[in-house]
Design a protein around this ligand. Structure first.
Ligand code: S3P
Length: 432
């Protein structure tokens, strides 16, 4: 990839990954036909789709983004017959662990090399407290689930603010006796709660506590998946670093406040992002964003915003490297257990591209170069992590020479048309 001067025009982001996974799972256990529009046709979501089909749910895809699910009902899932392969998708594995822990058949969940190293006891532990028989291989997959257990609702205090853990408990709670309560240390994305309510389930939220009342049935729904804020994040930072005078317009961006923490962070760095045309897509808020080129300055990122921007730190690190002065991210140790160790992966790339930074156990201190060139050209390794790969594509906008990124096929796990889309706004990206 060669350094480009400007990005401009209009870009529309693909469907939200978190919401696409959840829509298949909930529609699959509902009564009747659910229509999903705006579905994210990515590798991760296809792993969930294949698993739901293996579990006996009929799913038609009239186009890549338009999906019809013939709900099997709460008790209608059938044994998968083989290990269910979640690919690179941590969300799929953790949410399926909750859903399958409550079925009357056994299941095994496996994944790719990255997923097989990720922590799964964080979901297995509370599920065992509910009465489930879930085991891991010393904390990591394969996840083995023995079916036929009767579950009971628990009150669980989550040690980390994880939407995946919360969601796994809520999915198991659909089948439990009594109320399931999850108390979080901080806010995390609430798509599961919103979607369960659309399917007719009683879910009460009060501050950091969520309570689910087990339903008799879930009623099929028309579901609209909004654009993924986490995919928009790469375009937002690209616009701040290099938009032409007319700015960069990003359409159909999911604006759920539990996801959009990056906007607040970038604005406090001096980023000019105008929110236009606020509307809703089903249970979720959506807007268009007009991003102008901005002189960014470093900040101390408030730790309370970390879970609300958890997937956006790689590209935020790029913004910080192109800001003037120092930025500090702390309280983000969860970055160590994402698709890669994102602190280590970004640090390695920054070292190759000449960015002054210090690695912290739970974050990074970054000394930005300010306006103008912020990165040397060079070679970086994405470590097979889609968000690391896309972040270094954005860095190329302020690089002195071309940046070559290794191991980029996993971009298709969340943003299948990233290449053509960033080329259409002016980024000189070649894929080999
Ligand atoms: C997700 C929750 C987050 C996030 C992940 C998607 C979800 O993970 O990083 O990409 O869809 O629930 P944690 O729950 O581990 O924070």
């Amino acid at each position: 990839m060669h350094p480009a001067q400007q990005v401009s025009g209009t870009a529309t982001v693909p469907g939200d990954k978190s919401i696409s996974h959840r829509s298949l799972m909930l529609a699959g256990i509902a009564e009747g036909l659910s229509e999903i529009s705006g579905f994210l046709a990515s590798d991760d979501c296809h792993a969930t789709l294949r698993a739901m089909r293996a579990l006996g749910v009929t799913i038609d895809q009239s186009s890549p983004t338009q999906v019809t699910v013939h709900g099997a009902g709460l008790r209608g899932l059938k044994p998968g017959g083989h290990a269910l392969d979640m690919g690179n998708a941590g969300t799929a594995m953790r949410l399926f662990t909750g859903l399958l822990a409550a079925q009357n058949f056994d299941s095994q969940l496996i994944g790719d090399e990255s997923l097989m190293k990720r922590p799964m006891e964080r979901v297995a532990l509370p599920l065992r407290q509910m009465g489930a028989a879930v085991t891991t291989a010393q904390g990591t997959p394969p996840v083995n689930i023995r079916g036929g257990q009767s579950l009971r609702g628990i009150e669980y205090r989550m040690p980390v603010a994880s939407a995946q853990v919360k969601s796994a408990i809520l999915l198991a709670g659909l089948y439990a006796e009594g109320i399931s309560t999850v108390i979080a240390p901080a806010l995390s994305r609430d798509h599961t709660e919103r979607m369960l309510r659309s399917f007719g389930v009683r879910v009460d939220t009060e501050d950091l506590t969520v309570r689910l009342y087990p339903p008799q049935v879930l009623q099929a729904q028309q579901l609209q998946v909004p654009g993924d804020f986490s995919s928009a994040a790469f375009l937002i930072v690209a616009g701040l670093l290099a938009a032409s005078n007319a700015g960069l317009l990003i359409q159909n961006v999911g604006m759920n406040a539990t996801r959009s923490g990056l906007l607040e962070i970038l604005r406090s760095m001096g980023g000019n992002i105008e929110v236009q045309n606020r509307r809703s897509a089903g249970a979720e808020p959506v807007a268009d964003l007009l991003v102008s080129k901005s002189s960014l300055h470093g900040i101390v990122v408030p730790p309370a915003l970390v879970p609300l921007a958890i997937d956006e730190f790689p590209v935020l690190f790029v913004a910080a490297a192109a800001a003037s002065g120092e930025s500090l991210v702390s309280g983000a140790e969860e970055l160590r257990v994402k698709e890669s160790d994102r602190i280590a992966a970004m640090s390695e790339g920054f070292s190759a591209l000449g960015v002054a930074h210090t690695v912290l156990p739970d974050g990074m201190r970054i000394v930005g170069r300010g306006d103008g060139v912020a990165f040397f050209g060079g070679r970086v390794d994405s470590r097979g992590d889609h968000r690391i790969a896309m972040s270094f594509v954005v860095a190329s906008l302020r690089a002195a020479g071309s940046i070559t990124i290794r191991d980029v096929t996993n971009v298709a796990t969340s943003f299948p048309d990233f290449g053509p889309l960033v080329r259409s706004i002016g980024i000189d990206l070649n894929e080999t």
